[in-house]
Write a protein of this length. Structure first.
Ligand code: SF4
Lengths: 420, 173
């Protein structure tokens, strides 16, 4: 039977010859992930039913990234629970302040997830790893608790939507613009319960980081997973990094898709999502005059080294506009060090930006940059829901790092061309 | 499945009610249900927690529960005494979580357009029949998929894991 890459990975992990959309399958998981918000609930469930061990000490991964370094006593208690559990059950991959980074940037970087994997994570942006040719999808803490104990999870095999990405993206246009453009087209429930698979010649122009960003926001279209087929770029990223043996899957020619879309690079400008939905997108030429109080560059969507490099390229020798706060958050310690050694921190600090230690921080309105009533932020994160970054009467605009850096300089949403 | 009839007043919401609206992340330094219940739906309707009475029903349009994977969302709704949610469609992680948390949810194409704020609603858990007592109307909810029904009958996901792995709760529960 002809299958898509998503169906192939699910079938293999379920020990089945083939699967088809709508079928319920029980799969072996390669990695089970949780963070400082979701792991405590999983741990409580684990203890409540009397579990004695996790299915594999090296395959359960905990990352304390959301409210960490601990922002208050309650969050300190949550992280302590995860820390104590990790010590008691010998969890090798517990990342605490110092080694901790934003989980979906950290796991690929550390080589904990790779091509062909089936990853379950108690975090909705677990779908990020699809960029490596893996099946990765978010669940709640109870599903994760079950996976931690059994090493298995059930899934409904999703229908797959195929996105044919065509052409070469314009200057400054990156993964964020591509995915915002797509979500603007199909809506926040446009891919509900489905897989979003990418193909086409544009992929050759997309870096591995661009692909992470694109898969990261699959959930913002309601999808179960986003997925790319690993190519030479992915292999280069994975080699010497991925700790287990990579398994390269691809869709069969003639596999069945529920819908097909052509996405042309020529149509994709730098994109901005207006409040309060990621689908509320406009090209930069149609944004108009929007004054901004705060710019955030970071998160599992756009907190990678390449994002910081673009930021520095635009910011070099310039200052953040008066009255605007620019907060730059490298997503992991390694990215932090790379940026520091490359002199990017000098650029940021000379421009009067704040450079933060790795954390989710303001992305979810946790800490390190909360918005006051009536304030507007432009952020490279992935969600602009009401109240996501602070006061329920604040507003969030989403964009990639190029627009973010330019906006910080101008004090209003604009393109790099307007400030360079 | 239980033969329960749920009954309560309707609270109406729109499309794409996200998990940040259901329970803002700023309250997620705790997973205590009673504490979460105080802030349920706060960013969609700041007075909701004050006005909601035990048994009340949340009625919403499409893609209810989109966004984060936080189980705090169904937990907060349940802890606030809401008997069930009726919506046109649900985001997938939220949908899964509801079954794991034991929050009853129903999918109905027409009920969300017809029910008005404050209408008295009953829902038959067995048949999915929704009755609008105030307007004397009936609507149907989609049947709960057999696999999900089995999960509920087994006492939820963790109960089935416990049985499968031969585990015993420390407290003997
Ligand atoms: S950076 Fe934001 S979206 Fe990513 S894991 Fe952290 S809170 Fe979630």
């Amino acid at each position: 039977m002809k299958m898509t890459i998503t169906e192939r990975i699910l079938a293999d992990h379920a020990g089945l010859e083939s699967v088809k959309p709508g079928q319920l399958v029980n799969c072996k998981v390669d990695i089970a992930l949780a963070n400082d918000i979701t792991a405590p609930i999983s741990i409580k469930e684990f203890r409540r039913i009397g579990a004695k061990k996790v299915f594999d000490k090296e395959r359960v991964v905990f990352v304390a990234d959301h409210f960490a370094p601990n922002k208050d006593i309650e969050s300190a208690m949550q992280v302590k629970m995860v820390r104590d559990f990790s010590a008691e059950f010998g969890i090798t991959n517990f990342y605490d302040a110092g080694t901790m980074g934003v989980e979906h940037t950290l796991l690929p970087e550390k080589g904990l997830v790779g091509p062909g994997d089936l990853v379950i994570g108690a975090d909705s942006h677990t779908c990020t790893y699809g960029a490596l040719g893996a099946f990765a999808s978010g669940v709640g803490s109870t599903d994760l608790a079950a996976a931690m104990i059994t090493g298995e999870a059930w899934y409904r095999v999703p229908e797959t939507m195929l996105f044919n990405l065509k052409g070469k993206p314009r200057k400054w246009v990156g993964g964020k613009d591509v995915i915002l453009y797509i979500i603007g087209k199909i809506g926040v429930d446009g891919a509900l319960y489905k897989a979003m698979e990418y193909t086409g010649d544009m992929i050759g122009h997309l870096t591995q980081d661009d692909r992470f960003t694109i898969c990261n926001m699959a959930i913002e279209a309601g999808a179960k997973n986003g997925i790319f087929t690993a190519d030479a770029v992915t292999k280069e990223y994975v080699n010497g990094r991925f700790k287990r043996e990579a398994k390269y899957y691809a869709s069969d020619p003639g596999a069945n898709y529920s819908e097909k879309f052509d996405i042309n690079a020529d149509d994709i400008e730098l994109m901005v999502a207006f409040p309060h939905l990621p689908s509320n997108t406009r090209g930069i030429s149609k944004v108009g005059e929007v004054k901004i109080d705060q710019v955030v560059i970071g998160s599992c969507t756009n907190g990678r080294y390449s994002d910081l490099k673009v930021t520095a390229e635009i910011l070099r020798g310039k200052k953040v506009a008066k009255g605007v706060r620019l907060i730059v958050i490298p997503a992991t310690p390694l990215i932090y060090k790379q940026a520091m050694n490359a002199g990017l921190f000098d650029v940021f600090m000379d421009a009067n930006a704040v450079v933060s230690t790795p954390t989710c921080g303001p992305c979810l309105g946790g800490h390190m940059g909360i918005l006051a009533e009536g304030e507007k932020a432009l952020s490279t994160t992935n969600r602009n829901f009401v109240g996501r970054m602070g006061h329920r009467k604040s507003e969030i605009y989403l964009a990639g790092p190029a627009v973010a850096a330019a906006t910080a300089i101008a004090g209003k949403i604009c393109s790099p061309e307007d400030v360079l | 499945m239980s033969d329960k009839i749920l009954r309560g007043k309707a609270h109406i919401f729109g499309d794409n009610i996200d998990t940040d609206a259901i329970i803002p992340a700023r309250y997620m330094v705790t997973s205590d249900p009673a504490e979460l219940a105080k802030h349920v739906m706060e960013d969609a309707d700041p007075d909701f927690a004050k006005n909601a009475k035990k048994g009340d029903v949340i009625v919403a349009k499409k893609n209810f529960g989109c966004g984060s994977s936080r189980e705090h969302a169904p937990v907060a709704i349940k802890a606030a005494g809401i008997s069930c949610v009726i919506a046109k469609s649900y985001a997938r992680i939220f949908y899964r979580n509801c079954f794991n948390m034991g929050l009853a949810i129903f999918e109905s194409a027409d009920a969300p357009d017809k029910i008005r704020p404050g209408d008295e609603i009953t829902v038959d858990m067995n048949t999915g029949e929704i009755t609008n007592v105030t307007k004397n109307e009936k609507y149907m909810a989609a049947p709960i998929p057999p696999f999900m029904q089995q999960l509920i009958e087994a006492g939820g996901l963790m109960a089935s894991v416990q049985k499968k792995m031969g585990l015993v709760s420390p407290s003997g529960k």
